[in-house]
Design a protein around this ligand. Sequence first.
Ligand code: ATR
Length: 276
Amino acid sequence: MISGATRVAAVIGSPVHHSLSPALHNAAFAQLGVDWVYVALHVAPGDGQRAVDAMRTLQISGLSVTMPHKEAVAASVDELDPAAAALRSVNTVVPQGDGSLKGYSTDGAGFVASLAAAGHEVHGRSVCLLGAGGAARAIADALARSGAARVAVLNRTLATAQDAVQLAGSVGVLGVPSDLRDSDIVVNATSIGMGSDDLPCDPSALRAGQVVADIVYHPRHTAFLRAAHAAGATPVDGLGMLVHQAALQQQLWHGHLPDVQVMAVAAERELAARHQ
Ligand code: ATR
């Protein structure tokens, strides 16, 4: 029941009507039994700062931020956590006790958490990271923070690859094709494979003993993960990152970590309803 006391959280983006976040977050609120509701708000490109001002005025209790507002919101909040400051990108806004707003980036930590939940630690491991867009940058930063021994970045565009390498600090290197075979963990952080059977790299380089993760979650079992499985590697699908980054947002907003399984079921149900 929504009442006068119900707290409101929202995602801002453009486009935003396709967002899975309302399904994920409302399922988490129900599972936790907290009096919150989550809605999607369309905010036009260029209006990110005004949306942050509106959040202050309306006293919205939690904000998720998606394309194209992550950078504008990072520039508009009062404080940034270290990952958001390094990335100059915010996907989560949290009101502080004094009324100020703090920005976080939970994408990279969500990815690392999804690997950990599947039984794979990144500490001390070598990683080959395919891609250097917004998601890949967040992952490069989080891998380095989590103690990865080496993060080799392979990307179509060299300039953005160099930027992602820098985010990984002393463990970041520009990747070469042999990194695909030599790394403990291979991550597809490009959009290749979303709604298609396209592959982000030559799958013949994948081998037994590797963990191969995809951030693409539709289809859930991408052609890349199917190739990894066929090569004897251990696949980790992209739904984990989606739900773990959202679970971390919940924890930042109200202090409780929801059951990620409940969120994954909600996401799968929503995806199935859209694609039947
Ligand atoms: P996101 O915010 O989801 O990470 P993005 O910032 O647009 O999305 O990044 C998409 C990533 O997929 C980039 O690394 C992009 O490579 P470029 O930096 O060269 O653009 C990569 N990508 C997308 N389509 C690709 C394709 N057909 N071939 C190679 N790389 C591709």
